[in-house]
Design a protein around this ligand. Structure first.
Ligand code: ZN
Ligand code: ZN
Length: 248
């Protein structure tokens, strides 16, 4: 099969990268772009390398046109109506293909948002209090930008004020946890903000307070743990079911 050189560590394709290549495959009528010299492949290679500067610096082969071409083939052959050889893409590839089939317009928008997150010259704010662990590894430019926006101190402060005004307290919208009720003064105003619409991170539009959900740290982590991200309501349903389970 493929002659992958042993000294090149394989870097798994991220959800964002697969969405970007799948968007090109869809534009090509769900056919692979089987030419590494094709300008769409060359441009995607440049974009993906720009999105993962650390990997790109480590290897000239990282997401090179040949790799993008192969990925476009994995994606095209993962389509359920594809007749031919076996599909080589993994679960994430299959998930992305399914999503493009069921929500083509939304996925096209998402691809544009991922592209903008890479090419937008606005610098990424530093994220001092974000785990730099496997969940948010280098290369997930879009995800990092999403989380950075959620940490905007000013919109967070205004959202907390709004909750105090409307509800008289600040609590998690998924599980109801109130840090002040649990920890006293030490927990006052301790809450995280979550963008209900991840696409809203792109473009000049200011974050509207109604787009921000207040979440405890656990619920916020759970929403972002796997793709696709859950909605606040979906997570709330999980929490309710969990409470029923543990009650026995
Ligand atoms: Zn919660
Ligand atoms: Zn969030």
């Amino acid at each position: 099969m493929s002659q992958s050189s042993a000294q090149q560590p394989r870097v798994d394709w991220t959800y964002e990268e697969i969405v970007l290549v799948c968007n090109a495959v869809v534009s090509n009528g769900w056919r692979a772009i089987n030419n590494a010299a094709d300008e769409r492949v060359v441009e995607l290679s440049r974009l993906l390398r720009q999105g993962s500067p650390v990997h790109a610096a480590a290897s000239p082969k990282f997401r090179n046109p040949n790799g993008v071409k192969r990925k476009s083939n994995d994606i095209a052959t993962a389509h359920p109506e594809y007749n031919g050889g076996q599909t080589k893409g993994g679960k994430t590839t299959a998930d992305v293909v399914d999503a493009f089939i069921s929500h083509p317009e939304r996925m096209h928008e998402l691809a544009n948002a991922f592209r903008a997150a890479i090419t937008d010259p606005e610098p990424l704010p530093s994220l001092p209090d974000v785990d730099e662990d496997a969940t948010f590894e280098e290369g997930r430019t879009f995800e990092r930008r999403h989380l950075a926006r959620e940490r905007n101190a000013d919109s967070r402060r205004r959202r907390i004020q709004q909750a105090r005004h409307d509800l008289g307290c600040v609590r998690c919208e998924a599980c109801g946890f109130d840090f002040e009720a649990a920890y006293g003064h030490r927990g006052r105003d301790f809450i995280e903000c979550h963008h209900r619409d991840p696409l809203s991170v792109t473009g000049p539009r200011k974050t509207a307070l109604r787009d921000l959900a207040l979440l405890c740290s656990n619920c916020h982590r759970m929403i972002h743990r796997y793709r696709p991200w859950l909605t606040v309501e979906e997570l709330g349903a999980l929490v309710s079911n969990g409470a029923l389970r543990t009650r026995g």
